[in-house]
Design a protein around this ligand. Structure first.
Ligand code: DGL
Length: 253
């Protein structure tokens, strides 16, 4: 079984890509909804949650862990790997490299939680992979919570999306990296603002390919999905159709 986790619903965007890439694998998804959002928490608090979740998933028989959360990866993937030296751990990091390689204007942006935006790890990712491309980092407080509450049509959110993205476009940004897995569910809202001026960069499919490479025998299961959450587990299944993921509900056991 492959364990996948996030602070809440965001990692379902990664889970959907994983199910596409590994249709016969068994997955256990854990949403840490009692502690969402992670984006305004300290590195120590996030590490503590990630280690507890890793322990829980490993004890339930998961043989590979996917950290379907940029914020958790940034704060704690190294600690998680150290705690489970024999296990493959796949993290999610903002797609700076593909965005920088594809940019024609030489300017890209990253939308992320405050924790990711302010992290050393993101600074290093930019230093190592952006080359000469200029990178604008935009923290987006509150966006993950809107997704979590399924308030995807809230006019206040639409206004905030426009207020944050329009100035980036005016600076000539032509690639916008989704640096938080929750933001995949805001793609329609973002596209309304962006039009044809820029493209969104989402790494979910790349994370799924990396997981596929490491899955070995875990790729050959029964195609089952278990959904768990630290609070309101019933909301997880109910959210699937709202997030256009109704097709994975049939796998739930
Ligand atoms: N989905 C998470 C990420 O990719 C974090 C959202 C949050 O809990 O703040 O960063």
């Amino acid at each position: 079984m492959i364990g996948v986790f996030d602070s809440g619903l965001g990692g379902l965007s990664v889970l959907a890509a994983l199910v596409d890439a590994l249709p016969h694998a068994d997955f256990r998804y854990f949403a840490d909804t009692a502690h969402v959002p992670y984006g305004n928490k300290s590195e120590e608090q996030i590490q503590c949650r990630v280690l507890a979740i890793g322990e829980e998933l490993a004890s339930r028989g998961c043989g590979l862990l996917v950290v379907a959360c940029n914020t958790a990866t940034t704060a704690a993937v190294q600690a998680l790997r150290a705690a489970h030296p024999g296990m493959a751990v796949v993290g999610v990091e903002p797609g700076i490299k593909p965005a920088a390689q594809e940019s024609r204007t030489g300017r890209i942006a990253v939308l992320a939680t405050e924790a990711t935006a302010n992290s050393q790890r993101l600074k290093h990712l930019i230093r190592d992979h952006a080359g000469n491309v200029e990178v604008f980092v935009e923290p987006c407080p509150g966006w993950a919570t809107h997704v979590e509450m399924l308030q995807l049509d809230d006019p206040a959110l639409a206004a905030d999306v426009r207020a944050r993205v329009e100035p980036l476009l005016e600076r000539g940004v032509d690639r916008i990296v989704l640096g938080c897995t929750h933001y995949s569910f805001l793609a329609p809202l973002l596209r309304d603002v962006i039009g044809s001026r820029a493209e969104l960069v989402d790494v979910a499919a790349a994370v799924a390919r990396q997981t596929q490479r490491l899955a070995g025998g875990l790729a050959h299961g029964s195609g089952r999905l278990q959904l768990h959450a630290s609070a309101h587990p019933e909301r997880l299944r109910a959210a699937l159709p709202r997030l256009h993921l109704g097709h994975i509900a049939a796998r739930i056991v």
